[in-house]
Write a protein that binds this ligand. Structure first.
Ligand SMILES: Nc1ncnc2c1ncn2[C@@H]1O[C@H](COP(=O)(O)OP(=O)(O)O)[C@@H](O)[C@H]1O
Ligand SMILES: [Mg+2]
Length: 355
């Protein structure tokens, strides 16, 4: 069982700052995700944890022991990549047994371990197939079994589901989560998909241009984003530039003609007159007046799309466009007016920053 700690980890590739002063503690048994846009340094950070890359500056600790210069094969980590990297000329069982054979595990024990792992990833009975006789999802399970068979202290998964179609991705993420929970293995997961990150993780680190912008539970980063980058990267929403009119428990923010009262501020830096960003998630809005005190605005319907559980509606309020999740059981005619309500304490207000 392993706790991983990164201290001031920086990685430069020439001019490129791939990891910028990364400080993280990944708890023993935790499902921890690095989330961020393509090129933000997720893979580099993970490769540094694995020992496949050495930091330009900073330290990596496993259970408090400095492993910064320890090569990857001495760290007992298991890594699964997006492209599976199975050996095509070996059967499923042979692929999974590979790490055990390298370690000279007795044949009987190896066979037992391989069968156990194939059961764990729901591939029991498919051991004699070759990788090209399996679906993408099944191949990814083999890759997972091949890594887990050696009992790694840390499981590292780099965009493992990116090659699968949407439905399979959801199924596989549930399975990976279930396997991780059952084994209690410290897991670092890399994805650019915020929904996937929220669904599987105990905690998420959001990375941008090499830097960690926030670390928190899915609820913390969604409900209390630490800055504007996090607020816009995670979840949908309308971002509005506003000015703080009054501060304190009932902070009020003006956006054009609209005044939002009693909003949640995440940051003490926000004071009266501050230029701020208001983040309004589409699900904050209600179309029927809620029983609790709320802000309300009226706008003209610009666009609507029925997507099943909700209808997405865009309304224009004095030139400002708001995205609203509306009940799906009625029509929203373009050009007609719609009044929407936003419960107090819902709106997120953050110091303005240029993205
Ligand atoms: N071996 C390398 N040599 C030079 N630049 C690299 C190398 N690996 C990554 N980079 C650069 O570092 C940045 C971060 O890359 P990466 O960690 O792969 O991001 P992510 O996994 O988030 O997409 C990118 O700008 C990428 O081009
Ligand atoms: Mg990557």
């Amino acid at each position: 069982m392993v706790e991983v700690r990164l201290e001031g980890v920086t990685k430069r590739f020439g001019e490129v700052l791939a990891a910028d002063d990364v400080n993280l503690t990944i708890n023993d048994g935790e499902f921890f995700t690095l989330l961020g846009p393509s090129g933000c340094g997720k893979t580099t950070t993970m490769r540094i944890i694995a020992g496949l890359e050495y930091p330009t500056e900073g330290k990596v600790y496993y259970n408090g022991v400095d492993v910064t210069q320890l090569p990857s094969f001495r760290r007992n980590t298991g890594m699964v990549f997006q492209n599976y990297a199975l050996w095509p000329h070996m059967t499923v069982s042979e692929n999974v047994a590979y790490g055990l054979n390298v370690r000279k595990t007795p044949r009987e024990e190896a066979r037992r371990r391989v069968d156990e792992m194939l059961e764990l990833v729901h591939l029991g009975g498919l051991g004699d197939r070759f990788p090209n006789q399996l679906s993408g999802g099944q191949q990814q399970r083999v890759a997972l079994a091949r890594v887990l068979v050696i009992n790694p202290g840390i499981l590292l998964l780099d965009e493992p589901l990116s090659n699968l179609d949407a439905k399979l991705r959801v199924e596989m993420r549930e399975e990976i989560k279930e396997i991780q929970r059952r084994l209690g293995i410290t897991t670092v997961y890399v994805t650019h998909d915020q929904e996937e990150a929220m669904a599987v993780s105990d905690r998420v680190a959001i990375q941008d241009k090499g830097r960690i912008m926030q670390v928190g539970t899915p609820h913390e980063v969604y409900d209390r984003p630490g800055n504007l980058f996090v607020a816009t990267f995670i979840g949908k929403g309308t971002l509005l530039e506003g000015t703080v009119e009054s501060c304190g428990d009932l902070t009020g923010v003006r956006v054009g003609d609209m005044l939002f009262e009693g909003v949640t501020t995440c940051d003490e830096e926000v004071t009266e007159g501050s230029k701020v960003a208001c983040v309004l998630r589409p699900e904050y809005f209600t179309v029927r007046e809620p029983p609790e005190p709320s802000n309300s605005v009226e706008g003209t319907i610009e666009w609507s799309a029925f997507v099943g559980p909700i209808t997405e509606v865009r309304i224009n309020v004095g030139g400002v466009s708001l995205l609203v999740d509306a009940p799906p059981d009625r029509e929203y005619e373009t050009g007609s007016t719609l009044r929407v309500y936003i419960p107090k304490r819902k709106t997120i207000v953050l110091p303005w920053m240029e993205l």
